[in-house]
Design a protein. Structure first.
Length: 182
């Protein structure tokens, strides 16, 4: 898959991206928000296997590029129940808080709701994702710039890498809600 909007590209990850993804996933500063302040400890072979496992599938691991530079990643999975699960992060601090996150999210949502190949096989009626409850910046973007609704809060739902209980907020937006807010 490939989406291009102005100077932003979202594309399926390829084997050449494995080194960059491994670097990000093993960086505690990048992964702290996801509960991995020491990184995830993934090997290059594991990242390559992750990329290979998605070849030819509807569900994808994607790179986010701005001005041809890798600045983040996103993913989506399509279980076939009318939903898609997503995740995204701008990993390069130089590109955070500049509106790129909103642009990426909106582009990915539109793609998921309108892509003919996906929707012919498994029509998408809603997209769902979650974030750490303390991530107020992300929640503001989701609610005020994307138009998503907080579906529920899961208090003390999981333990992070340090053994601390963490809470999360689950978000959802329907196809109808998405296009009504555009």
């Amino acid at each position: 898959m490939r989406i291009e909007i102005d100077n932003v590209v979202i594309r399926s990850a390829i084997m050449e991206d494995a080194v960059q993804l491994k670097t990000w996933w093993n960086d505690g500063e990048v992964m702290e928000h996801a509960g991995f302040p020491h990184g995830v400890g993934v090997t290059l072979e594991e990242v390559e296997a992750n990329i290979k496992s998605r070849e030819g599938k509807l569900s994808q691991l994607c790179m986010i590029e701005i001005d041809c530079l890798p600045v983040g990643e996103c993913n989506y999975s399509i279980p076939g129940d009318g939903s898609a699960g997503t995740g995204w992060k701008i990993t390069d601090p130089a590109y955070q808080n500049k509106g790129y996150g909103s642009k990426v999210i909106l582009a990915l949502l539109e793609f998921l709701f309108t892509d003919i190949a996906i929707n012919t096989l498994k029509p998408i009626e809603r997209v769902e994702w979650d974030t750490a409850l303390e991530n107020q910046r992300a929640q503001h973007v989701y609610e005020h710039k994307i138009g998503a609704r907080k579906a529920r809060v899961l208090e003390s739902a999981w333990k992070d890498q340090l053994g601390n209980w963490r809470s999360s907020a689950e978000y959802s937006i329907s196809k109808e809600e998405f296009f009504a807010s555009r």
